[in-house]
Design a protein around this ligand. Structure first.
Ligand code: EPZ
Length: 448
């Protein structure tokens, strides 16, 4: 098992380019099930979760061809060869709960889908009741059997299985659902008649998915707003689509620049999708400025400049366009260095605080009360052996290690590899003293 060894107090310098978005690419890949012809996705990141989705789609009868390897942006081309295999098995789904995204496309295109119930994960229970409620509203018959969701489309007018358009409310106790919206929106593209999704997720990744679906011939409008309307069509063709840049990776690099007080330049940054984050950072004392000649605010070049003294703030995570839960842990690592007490409240995944105990091992002063953590700023963090857990909690430990005095060892970095492509290589190129090692080579007291 790999670990990172970081010698802190890194001063970063130079430029970094953001990859294609993991959280856009996964539902985009699932949506290729809907197509009658080949679909090419460009700038697909090289990540563990993406490889898992490729494996799942291959099991579901799709041929996935990768552009020449190399190190530049990668393209994947998807073609359906066989529509008889419709079972997303537990051993893949348990490693990546985003596998649930194939259910809507399977139902819409093939009339049937069997997907293992995704378990919970480090950040919470992760129910899928809203997905199932939305698909049932489209006429799907849904049953649970031996841990699998079994879904069938009703018979259409011509006797073939076909979902039926409906007006449905998709909000839950924590607001909208991103992958639930992706599932229902994708399924509705081939349904008979019109579908209206109320309380849809407004995340930029949903807009990216709607852009792909429309390029395939779907009729989706309102993506990015809480009300999405889909006019069902009979068939969807092929398309060639560029995956949007990863706003969470971009936000992580912005925080890395801020926590090490380094003037970083970040390319391909979806700054327009990070307004809640840049607004919060402005209050902290970190300015993110776009290059004047920015043509596309979703692919901008930005520079990060931090004040010497960071100010405490109050952050509450919310559905987009609110502050993203996926940048909560990284902001906490930054606020450990602020001059005063900050308050972070997690409204999306109230248990998403696995980084709290690990940051405390590095000397952070954190006081948790349920979904809220008081972050009392300290003069410095001190390096220590810590444990990665959920993807973003692991990223926050890297940021803390870069700023800390002394050496930090982060165990189980496979969590990071799910969402960050060669993170240590990118940071080394910026001058960070970080290396990936085999944890078994570490002295016992550093290996957790
Ligand atoms: C997506 O997960 C992202 N994953 C998550 O990023 C992100 O944290 C999350 O959206 C919120 O922004 C991908 O896009 C692959 P939700 P998703 O359904 O869609 C509750 C990362 O680090 N809920 O929007 O699964 C749920 O428990 C990952 O990259 C229900 O109650 O999240 C949560 O409290 C982690 N019933 C809230 O809604 C449901 O049926 C939001 O979850 C579905 C969700």
């Amino acid at each position: 098992m790999d670990a990172f060894v970081i010698n802190g107090r890194s001063q970063l310098r130079g430029e970094i380019t953001v990859n294609g978005s993991k959280n856009a690419a996964l539902p985009l890949m699932a949506a290729t099930i809907l197509a009658s012809n080949q679909v090419t996705l460009r700038s697909v990141p090289r990540l563990a979760d993406i490889r898992n989705m490729q494996r799942l789609l291959a099991e579901l009868g799709l041929d996935v061809e990768e552009s020449e390897a190399g190190s530049g942006p990668r393209s994947l081309t998807f073609r359906t060869l066989d529509e008889s295999a419709c079972h997303a098995r537990y051993d893949i789904v348990r490693t990546m709960r985003a596998s649930i995204s194939v259910l809507g496309p399977l139902l819409a295109r093939r009339g049937y889908g069997r997907v293992s119930m995704p378990g919970g994960c480090a950040i919470g229970d992760r129910p899928v009741d809203l997905h199932l409620r939305g698909l049932a509203a489209l006429g799907a018959e849904i049953a649970l059997d031996s841990g699998d969701i079994i879904a069938r489309a009703p018979q259409g007018r011509d006797g073939r299985p076909r979902l039926r358009g409906a007006r449905l409310f998709l909000g839950g106790p924590f607001g909208s659902t991103v992958l639930g919206t992706a599932n229902v929106m994708s399924a509705a593209t081939l349904a008979e008649g019109e579908t209206v999704i109320e309380s849809a997720a407004c995340e930029p990744e949903i807009v990216d998915l709607a852009n792909l679906l429309n390029a395939m011939g779907a009729r989706v409008s309102g993506a990015g707003t809480p009300r999405i309307t889909i006019e069902g069509v009979r068939e969807l063709g092929g398309a060639d689509h560029e995956v949007m840049p990863d706003r969470i990776e971009a936000g992580t690099w912005i925080m890395a620049a801020a926590v090490t007080n380094s003037p970083l330049v970040i390319h391909n940054c979806p700054i327009d999708a990070l307004m809640a984050v840049t607004e919060a950072l402005k209050e902290v004392g970190v300015r993110v400025t776009e290059a004047p000649d920015t043509a596309d605010p979703l692919r901008a070049t930005v520079e990060v400049i931090s004040e010497r003294t960071l100010h405490p703030v109050q952050i509450t995570t919310q559905p987009h366009p609110g502050y993203p839960t996926d940048l909560q842990a990284q902001m906490m690592a930054l606020l450990c260095h602020a001059d005063g007490n900050s308050v972070i409240t997690e409204r999306i995944f109230p248990q998403r605080f696995l980084h709290v105990a690990e940051l405390s091992r590095m000397g952070a002063q954190l006081f948790r009360q349920g979904p809220t953590v008081i972050v009392s700023g300290v003069r410095e963090l001190v390096g220590a052996p810590v444990m990665a857990s959920d993807l973003r909690a692991s990223a926050s430990l890297v940021l803390a290690g870069l700023a800390a005095r002394g050496t930090t060892v982060i165990n189980r970095v496979y969590h990071l590899d799910r969402g960050y492509e060669k993170m240590e290589v990118k940071l080394q190129a910026l001058g960070a003293d970080i290396e990936r090692v085999d944890a078994s080579d570490l002295p016992a007291d550093l290996h957790r």
